[in-house]
Design a protein around this ligand. Sequence first.
Ligand code: NAD
Ligand code: MG
Length: 386
Amino acid sequence: MTRSISIFGATGSVGRSTIDLVAREPERWSVDVLTANRDVRGLAAEARRLGARIAVVADEAAYGDLKDALAGSGIETAAGAKALADAADVPSDIVMAAIVGAAGLPPTLRAVERGACVAFANKETLVCAGELVNARAKLSGAHLLPVDSEHNAIHQVFDFDNPERIARIILTASGGPFRSRSLAEMAAVTPSQAVAHPVWSMGAKISVDSATLMNKGLELIEAYHLFPVEERQLDVIVHPQSVVHSFVEYVDGSMLAQLGAPDMRIPIAYALSWPDRMATPCAKLDLAKVARLDFEAPDPERFPALRLARAALVSGGSSPTVLNAANEVAVAAFLDGRLGFLDIAVIVEQTMDAVGGYAVESLEDVLACDREARRVGEMHIKGRAH
Ligand code: NAD
Ligand code: MG
């Protein structure tokens, strides 16, 4: 039986890994929607190759190019924020949410509202609107399958029928490229050093987040919304090999973990085929070659982002929305050469101190808070320009 899939963020790192799996088994999949921000050539090529029904670019200025690129193909085209969200109403069996940042919130929420089975890579949506997403999922019966490797690992070993048996969730973090650098060295790192992740090959934004450990902070909040646990049950451990993708500790002291090669196609395949399993072309773990697994506590001095994310989770309300928005503008400024690496966390903290008390009960609430936090974050970035 074929299954239909829509891929939001089809031209990104997770999107391309998803397409890689789907394209290997064309008889098993029919592709409904593919979206991109503005990479028309990449989007059009994949839409033609996979025989997609609809191709959407978020950037309206790219619409003419998309129409030209798909002329004569019979593939429907659309552009703009509204078209992007509307495309999530297409009743695909599975929706891959792989847009980066809060930009993914409107279409992902729409997919959740129609009760879709959502493969969830877009962690920022859960960080900035976790309560809203869960409330809508409860109403619609939507199913959220985590793609983020840590949450995917937890999903594989978490006893959902007996959550009271779980003591802790321990997220593993690679530690990023600056795990052993001094603060003075970190002050001087460049965007190209920050995006060169030692283990995973990923989009620029998440690579910078991995280098600051904000990625793990966002993942704490993501885990809080995906699993029935309290904040105090969430921990982080640095594990440079990225072979153990996270642990669930039970009340009796047993720890269960999922291990695998650091290849996103493994968690993506799990989410696409759940509750079944599908074969992947991924390398199998050669434990003798891995030889050893190291673990160490994260350093709060050099990686303040973890503390900020935990503080946002504890405060709740609009705090995580502000944390996420401030981090997005600060990371973009760092990538543009407008901000130093260590200033990313400073901007996030200043913005969290300045913006608060927003309601986050509807999409409009979240977007208003997100806009205000971006405005304030940008103001602080200009004030700090180096
Ligand atoms: P990426 O930058 O490689 O790709 C992002 C995708 O989103 C692209 O298709 C891009 O066109 C689209 N996009 C960007 N801005 C947009 C906008 N304003 N409107 C609409 N579309 C937009 O990112 P990625 O590394 O694939 O990450 C995607 C998501 O998955 C992120 O939330 C990330 O945290 C999460 N994630 C990624 C990995 C990984 O290995 N790359 C692992 C775990 C989780
Ligand atoms: Mg992760």
